[in-house]
Design a protein around this ligand. Sequence first.
Ligand code: NAD
Length: 427
Amino acid sequence: MDRRNFLKISGTASSAICLGLAACQWKEKFRLENIPDEEKIKIGIIGVGGRGLSILEALKNVPEIKVIAICDLFDFRLKNADDFLTHKVRKFKDFNNMLDMKELQAVIIATPLSEHFRMVMAALDRNLHVLCEKALAYSIDQCMAIKQKASCVNKIFQISYQYQLNPMFNAIKQIIDKGYCGRIMRVEGTWDRNGSWRRKLPDPAIVPEVSPAQLERIINWRLYKEYSGGLIAELGSHQFNMIDNILGAHPLKAVGTGGIDYWKDGRETFDNVHVLFDYPNGVKVGFHSGTSNKYEGFQMKFYGDKATIVTQAMDKAFIYPEDQSMDNTDWQKEVDSVTGASIKIIDKDKKRTIKPVEDNNIIFPTDNFYYNTTWLLYKNFAAAINGKKQLLLGLNEGYQSGISVHIANMAIHNNETTFWKPEYDSI
Ligand SMILES: NC(=O)c1ccc[n+]([C@@H]2O[C@H](COP(=O)([O-])OP(=O)(O)OC[C@H]3O[C@@H](n4cnc5c(N)ncnc54)[C@H](O)[C@@H]3O)[C@@H](O)[C@H]2O)c1
């Protein structure tokens, strides 16, 4: 971003109170580009539930994009979206009608997993740029069909694995790429929560569109197989995407286990899953996700023959050398200059913190990590459409993680070793 081309955001008192002093300092630094309306990318959003609203919030700070339409099954969701919009938009209940709008250039798909395929295909039929939420699609066949079609359409296709744009992740990747951890032979990922994942239903009176029984399934779609790939698709796929990027490879096979072990509440998707992937060169990758203990929360561990990296939540990471070879200050200096990360000794044991070096080309709008990564994704989507930056997190990476989700779920559900078939790479 060019600082000179930015106008200062006028911060409101309420946002200052909400975000606190640190955020105010960020706001002081942040600048918004003044882009004429006719140059903005005209976009529509399908699905304005939880994620759709976060996207609308992030787009307030992406002046390259103008939301001109939103679509949802439910009137109450379309109405909720008003609080996140700064101008009037057209509202639709049928996504095909929205996609037919002549002015539309791009679409964001933020609906349950089972809906992604037909929406993506309809958008590609209309030659639109697409930003689809993860995971790519509900089955391997659907993922393959999307990859085939999207590869033939000369449009930007991005998949929302925004956590990879986290500066901490970049720092970790560069430390590993430079060989400071040695040869990585094992990765362990965990994304655990302590909660049912069940959402409170709205009053059926405000949702006359569906029966109460349908309402439960549509609102709590993550708990039902008809719509969802469960914890593996919703949480695991983010980590699979990051791990593939770090290892520069996709899994070769998977074994796994899982069950509805804790929440005996009529759900169909497993509440406790564990998968183990084999990657090339003997690398083993484990992932666990459960809903009855959040001690580890989100954590990733990369085990190399020289050092181990352990993340804590998504914004902290530590490196533990195997021996004292990392104690000399030269090494720290070198890491600073070549990797975009600094490593600080914080205790007398082996633990050192990893700190991403601030990128002066990026000014984040807030100090909220979750907000910033989604914002960065949309900045990149817009820049790629405008031909100004290379697309990050495109079709190939999203496709790869989509297939990993399905081979993991097949291994877990069918109790069998599931292989990455050569045909998955053939398109
Ligand atoms: N990238 C991330 O970090 C992240 C975070 C949360 C959710 N997600 C993804 O976003 C997607 C949506 O998740 P969510 O939590 O917002 O779910 P949600 O249930 O809160 O919202 C989905 C919305 O889609 C609407 N919808 C469903 N079918 C539709 C149809 N045929 N036409 C129009 N609207 C339809 C629903 O009414 C609902 O409002 C999922 O794919 C999920 O995996 C991604």
